[in-house]
Design a protein. Structure first.
Length: 352
């Protein structure tokens, strides 16, 4: 383990040996504890960390990297952080990686019309500043992802389906988006929907495309259809939901959609707002269903029926896959698909 120093006038640098002696353990135990090695029992690890903090010891990452050829850092490439599902994923990843002694470098796919800033930031990860990349952005078709793989960088794609040959070169952790769409369609049909509509995100998002495929298949199985004039598309945000729903709900009462499938809970917020602005009852006039089951979906003021995908468990699985890939790059690639569940709430609960 490389030792580091804290520059304090008149004091010798604090070393790993100093920490080991003060804690009454071996120097190798200190090294393992600071790396988050599972072989160190929790009580000993807590002792080592406390003594290290009190003595002002800081690990010399540069020295460690020269020995291990690793940086003890992982990059998380995230989608737009204004979308509440991404902070859930990032928080879970960060906690898991920190527990294993890794730092997290965040690259956010914020609105970037040209794509240049995002592409440059991701491309910069090839420079050896991280040991691997967990990729949650919708831009899985971006050429920089292939460039990372060509450079030998381990990549785990989280909460994203992949349609290109990229899928055969990465570990993938996702949920059953096709089944999620089917569940939404079946539920709306069972609650009496006859003129369903859909507010969707971008066409080039493979996960959302699968949700649409499942939704359409589910409607057909129930004898319903989704004509083009009852579909609206935009970005994954409440404004898309608001503007789409104001347009859809402007139709005469006999032609207006009586149910709306929103491809994310975030879009559903805007749809619910549009119904309120127009004085429409939810679910009396229009039923609304979302996707993700974010924390606030169950709040009494929102009470949103939604399809739940286990974001926390998916992020934990992605972190485990990344750590395993860093340890052994030759492992077979993992493709894990988590089950989804329908969570019925007041936004679709019509009296029978």
């Amino acid at each position: 383990m490389g030792d580091s120093t804290v520059s304090t006038p008149g004091r010798e640098p604090v070393t790993g040996y100093d920490v080991a002696r003060a804690a009454g353990v071996s120097q190798s135990t200190v090294s393992r504890a600071l790396r988050g090695d599972a072989r160190v029992v929790p009580d000993t690890r807590e002792l080592v960390l406390r003594v290290a903090r009190e003595m002002g010891y800081v690990v010399n990452v540069s020295a460690r990297s020269l020995i291990t050829r690793r940086t003890s850092s992982v990059a998380v490439v995230s989608g737009d952080l204004r979308n509440p599902s991404f902070p859930v994923l990032i928080d879970t990843l960060q906690r898991r990686f920190h527990a294993d002694g890794y730092r997290v470098v965040l690259v956010s796919d914020q609105e970037d019309a040209s794509g240049g800033g995002f592409e440059d930031s991701v491309a910069g990860l090839r420079g050896g500043i991280v040991d691997g990349v967990v990729y949650t952005s919708a831009r899985t078709s971006s050429p920089v992802v292939g460039d990372l793989l060509d450079a030998g960088m381990p990549v785990v794609v989280l909460n994203r389906d992949v349609d290109s040959d990229l899928g055969d070169r990465v570990d993938r952790i996702t949920s059953d988006n096709v089944e999620g769409g089917r569940l939404a369609a079946r539920h709306l049909a069972e609650t009496g929907a006859r003129r369903p509509a859909m507010v969707a995100g971008p066409r080039d998002n493979p996960s959302l495309a699968r949700r649409e495929r499942g939704f359409r298949a589910g409607l057909r199985a129930c004898g319903l259809s989704l004509p083009r004039d009852r579909v609206r598309r935009g970005q994954v945000d409440p404004r898309t939901g608001l503007e789409a729903a104001l347009d859809l709900f402007s139709a005469p009462a006999g032609e207006r959609p009586d149910a709306v499938f929103c491809q994310t809970d975030y879009i559903a917020l805007g749809v619910l707002d549009a119904a309120g602005r127009l004085g429409l009852s939810v679910p009396g006039d229009v039923a609304v269903i979302g996707y993700n089951d974010l924390d606030w979906a169950g709040w009494s003021m929102i009470d949103l029926t939604t399809v739940r995908q286990p974001l926390v468990q998916m992020a934990e699985a992605a972190a485990a896959a990344m750590l395993a890939r860093i340890e052994d790059p030759a492992l077979p690639f993992v493709h894990r698909v988590f089950d989804v569940d329908l969570v019925p709430r007041g936004s679709t609960r019509r009296p029978r």
